[in-house]
Design a protein around this ligand. Structure first.
Ligand SMILES: [Zn+2]
Length: 337
């Protein structure tokens, strides 16, 4: 067992106590003390960016949101550092996906149960009947639920409720609710745009070949066949038989492009490409997709909306479709960058 799991957890929620003391002090101050809320902003710690970004969108200045698993890191294999455990111990609220996504963090998160509110966002947002069963070792269900935007939209009220109940001041609740409503409308438009975009790919070529099975929900939502070479979790290696099977499919269907993911070593995709060429087929490697982690912070791909826009655009362009114009809400969103 890794040593970081044995780090002691502070017995009480110091930050909450501190906040309570601060609020008492504030009540004694004359009205209009500026920036008091910013100094006392509650801390929300999310495991992955797909959750942290939505929490930050909803919280605005009402909370500080930090994310443990950074850009380019693999949540299936991620283990908490001592710094992560310290950050978690200071949190007012911990948000994680669940469904066995953060396999290496499970014990650390369990350690905080009962001390700090810990909410499994994916498990709360997606009822069992809408979950896809995992085809490979790991959990019972496929954890990559954010790949269907209409489904991740349901994570918004879960995160909103968690923020209001456990993190932000009561005075912040209307603000958070307004931002949540606006963000859900943005996701509705993103979902409709993605549907139209993928539908523009010629049916025969509507096959998405990627390194691991992170796109099953994406395929179900947007009507594209998905071939993950490596299985649902990256904890297992791709077998030679998988590489051969996928290569044959690419040749027979004349799939023009295969995709690598930002968090996964591209060697299995390269092995498929080699096998395609050995069989006299031809394909290229499309733009890198973001599957299990957002792109670099400060870039559009460092957000959930930008991640989906990027993935859909990369897939549609490489597979011979045509991108529809962005709806007004998304066009306005793009002007942020
Ligand atoms: Zn994954």
């Amino acid at each position: 067992m890794p040593t970081e799991l044995n780090l002691p957890v502070p017995p009480a929620r110091a930050s909450r106590r501190h906040l309570g003391a601060l609020l008492v002090a504030l009540a004694l101050l004359p009205l209009g003390a500026p920036a008091a809320r910013a100094q006392a902003a509650p801390l929300v710690v999310a495991t992955v960016g797909m959750i942290g970004d939505v929490a930050a969108e909803l919280a605005g200045s009402c909370a500080t949101v930090t994310t443990l698993v950074g850009s380019g890191s693999d949540p299936h294999l991620y283990r908490a550092s001592a710094g992560d455990v310290r950050a978690l111990s200071r949190a007012d609220l911990i948000l994680y996906g669940g469904l066995h996504l953060e396999a290496g963090l499970a014990q650390v998160l369990d350690g905080f149960e009962g001390r700090i509110p810990v909410v499994a966002v994916s498990e709360a947002a997606v009822p069992a009947e809408r979950r896809i069963r995992a085809s490979a070792a790991g959990g019972v269900y496929d954890p990559h639920v954010w790949m269907d935007v209409s489904q991740w939209r349901d994570a918004v009220p879960v995160i909103e409720a968690a923020l209001v109940e456990h993190a932000v001041d009561a005075g912040c609740a209307p603000e958070v609710a307004a931002r949540a409503a606006e963000y859900r409308a943005l996701l509705d438009d993103l979902h409709a745009w993605a549907l139209a975009a993928i539908a523009s790919v010629p049916a025969e070529q509507r096959v998405l070949v990627t390194a691991h099975d992170a796109f099953e929900y994406f395929g179900r939502a947007y009507g594209i066949e998905v071939e993950g070479i490596q299985g649902i979790s990256t904890e297992t290696e791709a077998a030679v038989a998988d590489i051969r099977r996928v290569a044959e499919l690419v040749v027979v269907r004349r799939v023009p492009a295969l995709f690598v993911e930002s968090t996964i070593n591209p060697r299995t995709v390269n092995a498929v490409l080699e096998a395609v060429e050995q069989r006299g087929g031809r394909a290229v490697i499309g733009d890198e997709l973001f599957a299990d982690a957002l792109g670099a912070s400060g870039t559009p791909e460092g957000t959930y909306v930008g991640m989906l826009l990027h993935n859909v655009s990369a897939i549609v362009v490489a597979l011979g479709g045509e991108l529809p114009p962005l709806p007004a809400t998304l066009a306005a969103w793009e002007t942020r960058w």
